[in-house]
Design a protein around this ligand. Structure first.
Ligand SMILES: NC(=O)c1ccc[n+]([C@@H]2O[C@H](COP(=O)([O-])OP(=O)(O)OC[C@H]3O[C@@H](n4cnc5c(N)ncnc54)[C@H](O)[C@@H]3O)[C@@H](O)[C@H]2O)c1
Length: 255
């Protein structure tokens, strides 16, 4: 698919990787709807991108809200060709933490946002994309999940987070197989450690220690580099049903 003229929804678009993806695609001629639960930062992010971007408030865990918001986005953009799921939370915590064992509700909330939220958005996007006019290659849409290297090398304190990110990897192939009938591709990206507000919340010492663990380049990833991989997936029709690590060869240690 060409990026110029692409009609895209980016969840988690108010911040970090999602904002960078929206900015990158819009700069190359796409029209983008930024969805996020944070209204002020979401509006500011869309305004900073310009006329090619709109913001729609959406909690990805609320099924009817997702369906309504995707319908509004499709009306505003005149259809949807691409969904990039970036909404997510870090959900860190030990199972046997300082304040006692982890509550099931905490674990379930991380699952709701990172996993159920992605599923609901995938479903809403595919339901719209299946009606698209196919490209010459028979393509009707592309769906991208934001997994994490924590899907494969989860650290202590990442039980809930790793479970959700591994589940996104697991969903990728069956979705790609099912949606093949409609010409809709499904891919996941598993980022290493990227410099976003999610990581800004960590102490400088922890950030430096994380950066020093990356073999090359020995630094945190830039959100723009994540956006470049999104573009590469969009334009290459053979990329389907797979998860790509984007991590400078980092393999996270237990802690
Ligand atoms: N930054 C990294 O190093 C890194 C590494 C691997 C994976 N990831 C994943 O990338 C994605 C984006 O992370 P980021 O670093 O840009 O974080 P971020 O905190 O900057 O952005 C996440 C966005 O998701 C939004 N969000 C949270 N819950 C939501 C909900 N229920 N409905 C709608 N929006 C919601 C937040 O408001 C926020 O704007 C996440 O899924 C994260 O797990 C990040």
């Amino acid at each position: 698919m060409n990026v110029a003229g692409l009609r895209a929804i980016v969840t988690g678009g108010a911040s970090g990787l999602g904002h960078a993806v929206a900015r990158h695609l819009a700069a190359r001629g796409a029209h983008v709807a930024l969805l996020d639960i944070q209204e002020g930062p979401g509006r500011a992010a869309a305004e900073s991108i310009g006329a090619a971007a709109i913001f729609l408030r959406c909690d990805v865990t609320a099924e009817s809200e997702v369906e309504e918001t995707f319908a509004r986005a499709a009306t505003a953009l005149d259809g949807i060709d691409l969904l990039v799921n970036c909404a997510g939370v870090i959900g860190a915590g030990r199972v046997l933490g300082r304040n006692g064992p982890m509550a099931g509700d905490f674990f379930a909330r991380v699952l709701q946002i990172n996993l159920l939220g992605t599923f609901l958005c995938d479903k809403a996007a595919a339901a719209l994309m299946q009606r698209n006019q196919p490209t010459a290659d028979g393509e009707r849409g592309v769906i991208i999940h934001t997994s994490s290297v924590a899907a494969f090398d989860g650290q202590i304190g990442q039980v809930a987070y790793s479970a959700t990110k591994a589940a996104l990897v697991g969903m990728t192939l069956p979705l790609a197989r099912e949606f093949a009938a409609f010409g809709i591709r499904v891919m996941s990206i598993a980022p290493g450690i990227f410099h976003t507000p999610m990581v800004d919340g960590m102490t400088p010492e922890l950030q430096a220690s994380l950066a020093s663990q990356v073999p090359f380049p020995a630094r945190l990833g830039k959100p723009e580099e994540y956006a470049q991989l999104v573009e590469a997936i969009v334009v290459n029709p053979m990329l389907n049903g797979e998860t790509i690590r984007l991590d400078g060869a980092v393999r996270l240690p237990p802690k």
